[in-house]
Design a protein around this ligand. Structure first.
Ligand code: NAI
Length: 474
């Protein structure tokens, strides 16, 4: 029986291994993590990751050929194929701070694999984390340095994950493509074949693409950078739409009809979020910088700069619309996750918008169907504000109506479907006058809510007459 072990039981490791276990009953899959609470959660009825369909997949395989364990060393030593799916955040300090990857978790995982060389078992090591280009080479070097006495051999492959949070299970079951990068040597090709055989249990052969190690690593960064760049492009257009009276939805639709452009990822909004986009764009820029390509680095950095601009433009719009002051005013925030269908708040624009409003001394009242109060408080906490004061300034509501009760303004920051069908008349009745809606996700029917009596701002849409008279904010 082939044994697979995955180091890192996070958003990627958990779902991707659960699907392998589901589709390959003859393969034993162990997902390991240094975080005991994470492992306990995977072994409980409340999984640590919210993904439609995931509960059913885990239930079908856990205890059969899928296990979650904190015994990292043992499972790594036993495995034929080791996936490395640990977090690779951006460095907070030191060389390359704010741009380069912090590879501390990756290195600690690599060292565990290297130590397992003592077991003498040959292994295929699969890089699943999004890593800087040529990280696989570094892994090879480290494994080589350790394997001297053990007699084990390693082949390192790159197999980046392309699923989208919120549709992870669907994407894993029917991927657009599976990318495997490996060495063009006999041993390298044989390792690629072994991993290919795993995916071939359910992925059509023509969707399993093989490349060099380096190309596979760069493809992951390039894919995220291109997606983020589309969002920033349409968001830059949205600012011009507001200034000229054009409607960004009409522009995006008209442009998207062109096959060469396509219509995906052209929704204007308050900005992109999630753990990957900003990080991978910055990483790509840093790689350009390190390879003596400053113009290319500047180009990619601008994608992130426009995203920052879009978030601060939104906050400025809220403040300027409400008579240039939100101090002491209650502002309802609907949606805190970075997108609908997930409970993940990493790099969520809602975090920055809330911090911006809190900085202007607003009281924010947040409702999100999938994010816990603890998480909202952690994300909005400011080192500068005293704990008691911060607690007072942030309220966490049980539903949208409670969040909006007595509020001066309401911001929609996540595209949850339930925000499309709210009773906006009821919300309006409970709010202060004038009552403002600031739609950062294009979910509100602008005509309808304006008719109710709201002053409405929706990113990239023609401005409400109320807002037109105000000083420009762009
Ligand atoms: P995560 O933070 O949810 O999970 C990583 C896990 O690795 C954590 O539970 C951590 O405790 C564990 N870990 C760290 N070092 C360890 C070690 N030495 N031994 C054992 N466990 C260790 O991260 P997530 O979101 O799963 O991302 C993993 C990688 O996949 C990142 O490189 C990310 O860029 C990439 N990725 C993420 C996607 C997403 O949608 N979240 C999509 C595609 C790729």
């Amino acid at each position: 029986m082939v044994k697979i072990c995955c180091i890192g039981a996070g958003y990627v490791g958990g779902p991707s291994m659960a699907v392998i276990a589901l589709k390959c009953p003859a393969i034993e899959v162990a997902v390991v993590d240094v975080s005991r609470p994470r492992i306990d959660a995977w072994n409980s009825d409340r999984l640590p990751v919210l993904e439609p369909g995931l509960d059913a997949v885990v239930r079908a395989c856990r205890g059969r050929n899928l296990s979650f364990s904190a015994d990292v060393d043992r499972h790594v030593a036993d495995a034929d194929i080791v996936f490395v799916s640990v977090n690779t955040p951006t460095k907070a300090r030191g060389l390359g701070a704010g741009r380069a990857a912090d590879l501390a978790y990756w290195e600690s995982a690599a060292r565990v694999v290297a130590a397992a060389s003592r077991s003498g078992k040959n292994k295929i090591v699969v890089e699943k984390s999004a890593v800087p280009v040529r990280t696989a080479e570094a892994m090879e070097r480290m494994l080589l340095a350790h394997s001297g006495g053990g007699g084990a051999t390693f082949q390192v492959l790159s197999n980046p994950e392309f699923f989208s949070e919120g549709t992870a299970v669907r994407d894993l079951l029917c991927p657009d493509r599976v990318l495997i990068g490996g060495r063009d040597t006999d041993a390298g090709r044989s390792a690629v074949r072994a991993l290919r055989d795993v995916y071939a249990h359910w992925v059509p052969e023509d969707r399993i693409v093989t490349t060099s190690l380096c190309s596979a690593e760069l493809s992951k960064l390039a894919a995220n950078a291109l997606l983020a760049q589309r969002v920033s492009s349409v968001n830059a257009i949205s600012a011009l739409c507001e200034a000229t009276g054009a409607d960004v939805s009409d522009v995006a639709r008209a442009v998207g009809w062109d096959d060469r452009v396509g219509d995906g990822f052209l929704n204007a909004g308050v900005g992109f979020g999630g753990s990957s986009f900003q990080k991978d764009v910055l990483r790509l820029a840093y790689a350009c910088e390190c390879n003596g390509l400053p113009e290319a680095a500047d180009y990619w950095r601008q994608v992130v700069a426009v995203n920052e601009y879009q978030k601060s433009r939104f906050v400025r719009r809220v403040v300027s619309s409400m008579f240039n002051t939100v101090a002491g005013k209650k502002v309802a925030v609907l949606g805190f996750a970075f997108k609908k269908g997930v409970g993940d708040t990493r790099e969520s624009p809602a975090v920055d918008v809330c911090r911006g409003l809190l900085g202007d001394r607003a009281h924010v009242s947040v409702y999100d169907p999938a994010v816990s109060e603890k998480q909202i408080r952690r994300d909005t906490a400011s080192p500068a504000a005293a704990k008691a004061q911060a607690h007072q300034q942030v309220l966490v509501a049980r539903d949208a109506y409670e969040a909006a009760e007595g509020a001066h303004g309401l911001c929609v920051l996540t595209d949850w479907d339930e925000f499309r069908t709210l009773d906006y008349r009821r919300i309006f009745d409970g709010m202060q006058r004038p009552a403002f809606v600031f739609d950062g996700r294009g979910v509100v029917d602008v005509g309808k809510v304006r008719e109710i009596g709201f002053v409405v701002y929706s990113v990239g849409k023609p401005l409400d007459p109320w807002l037109k008279g105000l000083p420009a904010v762009a």
